[in-house]
Design a protein around this ligand. Structure first.
Ligand code: ACO
Length: 433
């Protein structure tokens, strides 16, 4: 067996002196070539999309896409989804350890006591058009928290960062639920602090002042699991956005708003919404063959939404958990014979047996099942990404805190390969052709 290399050397074909670079190892995962000093030699690296670039070191989340592994702080996602609730997982992500019983009680009490919004924030909601997408409202309202909760915030102080984390974790569900209530023209429902985190969100979405909402424990558990599975996912686009925005010392609420904006895209958080739209478009089991054919056709831009993943080349471990949850929810609601869910299950079966999908390792991803679960729970498609955002807030704030706790972190400032005009002289407007 060969030893792991500890140095790499870049050689040049023009006789310039070679450059030796150290290779760093983490506790798990790929080694990285440390190129930090490369710019002193007058050369940069080129990596659009950061396909091969580690932009930070982090202790929070580990993914092995080949093996289908996802760990939060070292714990496999399967164990956390089975044995924990979202409060414990949030504590784990933010503080580094699972809480003991007393710590959990204290953490939950703190989050619960911050769930109300500053009353004036309701005016910000009322400035939006009623038909605004909930994600548009969330970007605006979460960003506006910087104008309400800024006075004590010192990002270099650990206690201030902790308070910010608590405020976000507590208030983002209220903001997400209110963005839905505003959209459908119903009064905002205040948080109900006797309920747990998942139940409280469902109460704020589904209760009205005239009708109490009694959370179904199976659905509340399923919702809590959706939150756990989406809480963090290493240096994805929205998390990297939060880190990049925060690297300049920007206000944390503004940084989280930037993360929400990034998550909104269909290539990132919008996939579960897109899956449901696709199922509606397919419409009937008899048309699955036609759409599978289109998905394979390289001249057609159509892709089977909810299948495949950039990082997981094996089964997405979250998908297996969500698949089980999906069946629990459909059974609970007696929806096994609902045409849309029968269609989804038939599509899953056909795709899992089809040579095209099998040979390319295109398995259903977590979004395929989470979209079905949320639809069964009565959550409208437009709220799917907003719920993803409220789950991912735990990861974003953990990553933001980790970066700010590191006194050596630098402002994020990528380089570029300039391909524009070289120097040219100014031409007065009267002489321009
Ligand atoms: N339907 C049909 N064919 C597909 C699909 C799909 N959903 N996904 C990949 N392929 C095909 C590609 O055409 C390619 O075929 P080829 O080898 O014959 O050229 C092959 O599978 C490999 O795919 P890539 O394009 O290399 O995979 P990539 O990593 O670029 O894409 C992605 C990953 C974007 C997730 C893709 O699978 C996709 O578009 N899926 C549907 C959207 C979706 O569900 N996204 C959610 C991701 S989960 C999340 O973001 C939380």
């Amino acid at each position: 067996m060969t030893n792991k290399p500890t140095k790499a050397t870049i050689t040049f074909d023009n006789g310039a002196a070679p450059i030796e670079l150290p290779i760093l190892s983490g506790s798990l995962g790929n080694d990285v070539i440390d190129i930090r000093n490369l710019s002193k030699h007058g050369i940069f690296t080129y990596d659009p999309g950061f396909m091969s670039t580690a932009a930070c070191n982090s202790n929070i989340t580990f993914i092995d896409g080949e093996k289908g592994l996802l760990y939060y702080r070292g714990y496999p996602i399967e164990q956390l989804a089975e044995h924990c609730d979202f409060m414990e997982v949030s504590h784990l992500l933010i503080n580094g350890e699972l809480p003991n019983a007393t710590q959990k009680q204290e953490f939950t009490r703190t989050i619960t006591s911050h769930t109300m919004l500053h009353d004036q924030l309701s005016n910000i909601f009322r400035g939006f058009r009623r038909d605004a997408h909930p994600m548009a409202v969330m970007v605006g309202v979460v960003g506006s928290m910087s104008a309400f909760y800024h006075t004590k915030g010192d990002i270099h102080d650990a206690q201030s960062r902790e308070i910010t984390a608590h405020q976000l974790l507590a208030k983002v569900p209220t903001i997400a639920a209110w963005s839905y209530k505003y959209n459908i023209g119903q009064p905002f429902m205040y948080p109900a602090n006797h309920l747990n985190y998942a139940e409280n969100f469902m109460h704020m979405m589904f209760a009205t002042p005239c009708e109490q909402y009694v959370p179904n424990p199976v659905l509340a558990k399923a919702f809590d699991r959706i939150l756990i599975l989406h809480a963090d996912h290493e240096q994805n686009a929205s998390t990297s956005t939060v880190r990049l925005a925060g690297s300049s010392g920007a206000n944390p609420f503004a940084c989280i708003a930037a993360g929400i904006a990034s998550l909104w895209g269909p290539a990132h958080g919008g996939a579960n919404e897109a899956t449901l739209k696709m199922l509606e478009e397919i419409g009937d089991i008899s048309r699955i063959g036609e759409f599978i054919k289109r998905a394979k056709d390289k001249t057609d831009t159509f892709r089977l939404m909810g299948f495949g993943h950039r990082v997981y080349r094996n089964m997405d471990p979250r998908a297996a958990i969500m698949r089980k949850t999906c069946h629990e929810v459909l059974n609970e609601l007696g929806l096994n014979d609902d045409p849309m869910f029968k269609l989804a299950m038939a599509l899953e079966k056909i795709a899992l047996e089809d040579e095209y999908f099998v040979s390319r390792q295109l398995y259903p991803n977590v979004d395929f099942y989470s979209g079905i679960v949320m639809r069964a729970m009565g959550i409208p498609n437009s709220m799917f990404t907003a719920i993803f955002a409220l789950a991912r807030t735990a990861g974003w704030i953990a990553q933001w805190s980790e970066m700010n706790a590191d006194s050596g972190h630098k402002i994020g400032r990528p380089r570029q390969l300039y391909t524009g005009e070289t120097r040219r002289e100014f031409v007065p407007i009267v002489k321009r052709t």
